[in-house]
Design a protein around this ligand. Structure first.
Ligand SMILES: C[S@@+](CC[C@H](N)C(=O)[O-])C[C@H]1O[C@@H](n2cnc3c(N)ncnc32)[C@H](O)[C@@H]1O
Length: 347
């Protein structure tokens, strides 16, 4: 997936083609301004007040406690961006905003938008990272409020794909025990436990995460079959021949290659014969020239803010093979771009 300048007329098309258009300005300035505009509209609840019926500028400003002139500018910008519609003097939600940004939508990304204020601050660390090579390691520096925002943001992303993951994750026949490493809000565990009635899941999580993830899980936990175990995947013993399925979603990118390879060995020991180790993550193409913006930009983000970056399918297979696990067919997800489950089996 790419973020790129789309020409609006023939002159712009030519300018882009001839490299006359100042593309670095559109890549950077438009990118960050668009992001902040949508994020702040979410934070100030602009979309929420338009949810039931179209409103005038004054009505929006009164309900959101915002300045009238500033609200007019914001609403008109949202119309330009395709997040709102204008009819006479009334503003309404576009289908884009209605589907993705309202609190009550089934696939609401509202909490992810709020998390992005935190992620925005994390990117301030890029320069220091490049000078020192030292990542921010945010998992070890967040305060309680930030942990809450982080867990809610992760939950809102998971809601988009939980259904597909429940349906398409390979689960060994007769499986009863699942270990969900860094499972946070537990949405994937819940989905799998609902689909496989004999399955129970243990979420191995950092203690700070559990404090804020537990209330999210509590709302959905099927018969208490999902439980937490406080610990650290980098150092804890995961047991021996104890699990049928070890699932790890969006955590490999926080660990460097050495840590991932070492973790795969502890997972292999902890799996029962026939069990699966599934690393689910954004998969970076192993060809830097492919122009994969998402894989490349997240690689930079995780390198600077955590400990590692995104990985390619062959890199993940390599850790699994070094742990004597046998790679199986990967499951490429349809509900989130470039995400896949890289599966290996214990023979
Ligand atoms: C990006 S979130 C992914 C959450 C969830 N698995 C998902 O895919 O939505 C990463 C999670 O891993 C947890 N985590 C980070 N380092 C960890 C560690 N060393 N051991 C266990 N969990 C860890 C974090 O607390 C966080 O909840």
């Amino acid at each position: 997936m790419k973020l790129t300048s789309v020409p609006e007329n023939l002159a712009e098309r030519l300018a882009l083609w001839l490299n006359i258009a100042p593309t670095p300005v559109s890549d950077t300035m438009l990118g960050f301004m668009l992001a902040r505009t949508v994020m702040v509209a979410v934070k100030l609840e602009i979309f929420e007040v338009l949810a039931d019926q179209p409103q005038t500028i004054a009505q929006v400003a009164a309900q959101c406690s915002t300045d009238v002139k500033a609200t007019r500018i914001l609403l008109n910008t949202l119309v330009q961006l395709g997040y709102a519609q204008l009819n006479q003097d009334q503003y309404a939600l576009s289908s884009l905003a209605r589907k993705w940004l309202l609190k009550e939508s089934k696939v609401s990304l509202r909490d992810k938008m709020l998390l992005q204020f935190l992620e925005w601050d994390f990117t301030e660390h890029y320069e220091d990272y490049l000078r020192t090579g030292e990542p921010l390691n945010y998992h070890y520096h967040m305060d309680s409020k930030q942990w809450e925002t982080y867990q809610q943001g992760m939950r809102s992303m998971a809601e988009i794909s939980a259904w597909e993951i429940g349906r398409r994750t390979p689960v060994p026949a007769q499986a009863t025990q699942m270990l969900d490493i860094g499972g946070a809000h537990g949405f994937y565990s819940i989905e799998l436990c609902q689909r496989y009635p004999r399955l129970q899941s243990t979420i191995l999580e950092l203690p700070d995460a559990i404090e804020h993830a537990q209330p999210i899980l509590a709302e959905k936990n099927p018969n208490g079959r999902v439980r937490y175990q406080a610990g650290n995947a980098l150092t804890d013993d995961l047991g021996e021949a104890q699990w049928d399925l070890v699932f790890m979603s969006s955590l490999a990118h926080h660990f460097d290659e050495e840590a991932n390879a070492e973790l795969a060995k502890r997972v292999a020991r902890a799996l029962r014969p026939g069990g699966y180790y599934i690393v689910q993550d954004l998969i970076r193409t192993d060809r830097p020239k492919s122009g994969d913006h998402l894989g490349g930009l997240l690689n930079m983000y995780f390198a600077a803010t955590s400990e590692a970056g995104t990985y390619s399918e062959p890199e993940i297979h390599q850790w699994q093979k070094q742990a004597s696990l046998v790679p199986q067919r990967s499951v490429w997800l349809r509900s989130i771009p470039r995400h896949a489950q890289i599966v290996a089996k214990k023979m």
